[in-house]
Each structure stands twice: as structure tokens, then as C-alpha cells.
Design a binder for this molecule. Structure first.
Ligand code: TTP
Ligand code: MG
Ligand code: MG
Length: 463
């Protein structure tokens, strides 16, 4: 393991919710919940103000509404989050060629590989400057962890949240890890956690005391061995530069052409399962299912189907692949079969994503829904108004949808750099009101370069 704390882990604070607060001045300092608003919707994330009420990621939306009835409830705007993620990742790549993104809002950076830091002092400076640059370019806060290994850098950024920086000094790792619950270690999920608890192991210290042989006996060779090393704070995993994974696929070539249609079906199902396993191992999900068939004469064809939202559900992938197979003539025999998933996303939230794609009118919040039947059932699909999405009005300018129902839509007119704005209500088919694209969170002054946050370290670092 290296001797200097030059592995950096960055994670943006309440990412989706912070983006919403940055773009909507009236929501700053307020409880904001982003997620699927339909009956089966779940919370993607909540602002720190909403977390006080016990609202958190993956919680059913109905439960969130009970806990924080006065919070703002918004539908995610993935394209905007992705563009801000790209700005942040760009700042990381300026520090080092070794940047390993883990999700839209999170990445490891090897500062030493980029010459950005070589000891404790330079690492702390690089981390502080990065946080200032992120603030200047995106208007958002991110938390930074610095340590001599990936495991500890990630633990450090978690401790730094929100809006902080924590550096773990080399030599103090074991003392810091010891009292933490075993679930803190990478690779210890709920199942392994339960298993260890039944064996009387709760903390990292207890894991280390159990000894390698006992852990191998409990968890198997590979897992037991790896976990024992982690418990001793030994983590040699390198930061691996981003591989552009655009799709995950598996295929098999057969020695003898397959003619039997039933057998072809079985093989496709098997490949679909294998593909989903690969997808899950990578923590990904995808929207487009691809089937590849090479026939006896080497003619190769691919068929694809795009779902409403990303999935990593084996049943969904299996069914889509089977449907695709139905459209392929295999009578002459099949030499190769493949199943792939592309259009990858970081999180699997069928429900949430499906709703973001097209929110059914009756999924939108409308308090008075039961008071009277909606007079305008004829709302064309393209005139739907998801809560939180941008609008432009011919007179009032740029704003966002605060709510809709009963043939009305309420919008608040404000922009990222305006004062909190006023609310107005319109008929859903008012021609003066149109959907709009998001505005940049930080308006660039003329002549100013993107990334010119240097020297902006005016805020105090916490810890
Ligand atoms: P996280 O980094 O896990 O959470 P966060 O950034 O909202 O808050 P924190 O300050 O604790 O880091 O996830 C990043 C984004 O990914 C989050 O803003 C929304 C999305 N997300 C989901 O859609 N579903 C989930 O279950 C989780 C955990 C995150
Ligand atoms: Mg985050
Ligand atoms: Mg994250």
C-alpha cells in the first residue's frame, strides 16, 4: 500500500436534490424529495433538510409524503444531472489520468498518478481546491475523502458529508476502522452482515480477531481471504481509469449448428441470465435488449428492443430476448447466439425511470382530485407537466412546474440566478405556456472559461 493519502474519493452531496435546489431558488434551504411520483414510486434522494424527517433513498414515496408532507416533490431530470456529472468528472480528469467513476456523482481519483499530490499536505490542498472548483463550476457541494487506499478514501468522504473534507493519516487506519460495523467494508452486504452477526462478529476489530481461517470457514476462500485483508486495512486495489462500457453482452458459438427451435429458445434464456449476472456484477442496468443470431451460412443479424426504463431483472431481459427471437427465422440452423443490454444506467429503478420517461396524468399530484371529475380528459400526451420540469411562458419567462391536475398547471417563475419567484396557474392547454430546457446552474460571465474556479478557495474547510 502507498504511504501517502493520495487516493481521493469524491461524492456529491444529495446530488439530484442539490441540483434542483440550485436551479430553483425558492427551494434552497427547504425539504426537497426527488423520485417517482406514481403509486409505486420510490425516493431517488432527499435534500439534507428532508432527511431530518427520516426521508431517504429507496423509500416508498407514499411513506416519504407521510414523513415530510410539506416537502417539494419533484420528478428527476436525468439529462440535467448527467450534464452536471460530466462537468464534475471533467474537473477530476484535469487532476489525473486515473479517474474511476462509480456513478453519476461519485469517483475515485489517483492524485499521485497525475502528479497532483505526493504527500499529506499536497493531497489536502488538491482536495480543497477541487471542492472549490466544483462549487465555482456547478454551484454545488461535494465531499472529499483522502486516504492511502480506496476503501479508506470512501469511508473518509462518507465521514466528511455534507460539504466537507476528511483526510485519514497513514498509520491511523486500523484504529479508525476497528470500532466500525462490518457493513462499512466493501463487499459486506446485508447477507454477509447477517451471516457474520450470527457468528458473533459485529465490528471490524472482531473480524480481525476472528482470524483468516475462521473467516474462510464462514464465508468461503475468496471472500474470507479478501475480508480479512480489508479488516487489517490492507487494500491494494488500484484506481482503474474509466472503461467506456456502452453495453454488456454475452455470446456462445456452437460446435454443431442448432436446429431445434426449443433448444434455441433455451440457449437464449440461458444467455439472458448470464448477461443479467454480468450487468449486476457491474452495478448497471440498461434499457435496450439486443439479440444476435449467426445462422448456418454465417449471415449475422441483430434485433433489439428498447424498454421504457432500464432494467436488470432477469425475467424482463429473458422475455424481451424471447420476443426478439420470435422475429428471427432459424430453420437452417444456428451457429452463434448472443444477448446484450445497452443504454446503461447506474441505478435500477424501473418504476422511477419509467415515470420520468412519461408521467401518466393521474400520477401527478392533484390534491383536489376527488372533489370533482376532471373536466378535461382530452389532454394530449405531449402536454403533460411533470412536477419540477422547466417551462417558458410568453409573458412571465422561465419557470418550473409546481403541480398540475384538474386541467390546471401551476408554475413558479424563477431562474438559477434570480430571487425566489412568483407562482401562477394556467389551463394545461394554454398556448402561452411551453415545456423548456433547463438553464445552466451557474451563468458564465463573458470571457470566463469553464473550469476557471482556481483561487476560489474562500470557504473554510470543515475538519
Ligand atoms: P448518493 O451519492 O448515494 O446520494 P446523494 O448524492 O443523494 O446523497 P449523499 O450526500 O448522501 O451522497 O446517490 C447519488 C444520486 O443517485 C442521488 O442523488 C440520486 C441517485 N440515487 C437513486 O436514484 N437511487 C438510490 O437508491 C440512490 C442511493 C441514489
Ligand atoms: Mg452523493
Ligand atoms: Mg454517490
Amino acid at each position: 500500500m502507498r504511504s501517502a493519502p493520495t487516493i481521493l474519493h469524491l461524492d456529491m452531496d444529495a446530488f439530484f436534490a442539490s441540483v434542483e435546489q440550485a436551479s430553483k431558488p425558492s427551494l434552497r434551504g427547504k425539504a426537497v424529495v426527488v423520485g417517482g411520483l406514481g403509486p409505486r414510486g420510490v425516493v431517488a434522494t432527499a435534500s439534507y433538510e428532508a432527511r431530518v424527517f427520516g426521508v431517504h433513498s429507496a423509500m416508498p414515496m407514499a411513506q416519504a409524503r407521510r414523513r415530510a408532507p410539506n416537502a417539494a416533490y419533484l420528478v428527476p431530470r436525468f439529462a440535467l444531472y448527467r450534464s452536471i456529472s460530466e462537468q464534475v468528472m471533467g474537473l477530476l480528469r484535469a487532476l489525473s489520468p486515473l479517474v474511476e467513476p462509480l456513478s453519476l456523482d461519485e469517483a475515485f481519483v489517483d492524485l499521485e498518478a497525475g502528479g497532483a499530490a505526493w504527500d499529506e499536505r499536497s493531497a489536502r490542498l488538491a482536495g480543497a481546491k477541487l471542492r472549490a472548483d466544483i462549487r465555482a463550476v456547478t454551484g454545488l457541494t461535494g465531499s472529499v475523502g483522502l486516504a492511502a487506499s480506496k476503501m479508506l478514501a470512501k469511508i473518509a468522504s462518507e465521514q466528511a458529508k455534507p460539504d466537507g473534507l476528511v483526510l485519514i493519516e497513514p498509520g491511523t487506519e486500523r484504529a479508525l476502522l476497528g470500532p466500525l460495523p462490518v457493513r462499512t467494508l466493501p463487499g459486506v452486504g446485508p447477507a454477509t452482515g447477517d451471516h457474520l452477526r450470527r457468528a458473533g462478529i459485529h465490528t471490524v476489530d472482531e473480524l480481525a480477531e476472528a482470524g483468516e481461517d475462521e473467516l474462510v470457514r464462514l464465508l468461503g476462500k475468496a471472500h474470507g481471504h479478501a475480508l480479512f485483508a480489508m479488516a487489517l486495512a490492507r487494500d491494494e486495489r488500484p484506481v482503474v481509469a474509466e472503461r467506456e462500457t456502452k453495453s454488456v453482452s454475452v455470446e456462445d458459438t456452437y460446435d454443431v449448428d442448432i436446429h431445434d427451435r426449443v433448444r434455441v429458445g433455451t440457449e437464449v434464456r440461458r444467455l439472458a441470465d448470464r448477461c443479467v449476472r454480468r450487468l449486476r456484477e457491474a452495478g448497471l442496468s440498461g434499457r435496450t435488449i439486443v439479440l444476435k443470431v449467426r445462422r448456418y451460412d454465417f449471415s449475422t443479424l441483430t434485433r433489439s428492443e428498447t424498454l421504457r426504463g432500464p432494467t436488470d431483472d432477469p425475467a424482463v431481459v429473458r422475455e424481451a430476448a424471447a420476443r426478439l427471437l420470435d422475429s428471427v427465422d432459424t430453420t437452417g440452423g444456428v451457429r452463434l447466439l448472443g444477448v446484450g443490454v445497452s443504454g446503461l444506467a447506474d441505478y435500477t429503478q424501473e418504476d422511477l425511470f419509467a415515470q420520468a420517461a412519461g408521467v401518466p396524468a393521474d400520477d401527478l399530484p392533484h390534491e383536489e382530485a376527488e372533489a370533482a371529475p376532471a373536466p378535461e380528459q382530452e389532454t394530449p400526451a405531449e402536454r403533460r407537466w411533470p412536477a419540477g420540469h422547466d417551462v417558458r411562458h410568453a409573458v412571465y419567462g422561465h419557470g418550473w412546474v409546481q403541480g398540475s391536475g384538474l386541467g390546471r398547471v401551476t408554475a413558479r417563475f424563477e431562474t438559477p440566478d434570480s430571487e425566489p419567484g412568483r407562482v401562477k396557474t394556467f389551463r394545461v392547454d394554454d398556448p402561452a405556456l411551453q415545456p423548456a430546457d433547463p438553464l445552466p446552474l451557474v451563468s458564465r460571465r463573458p470571457g470566463e472559461d469553464e473550469g476557471a474556479g482556481a483561487g476560489g478557495g474562500t470557504r473554510a474547510e470543515s475538519r
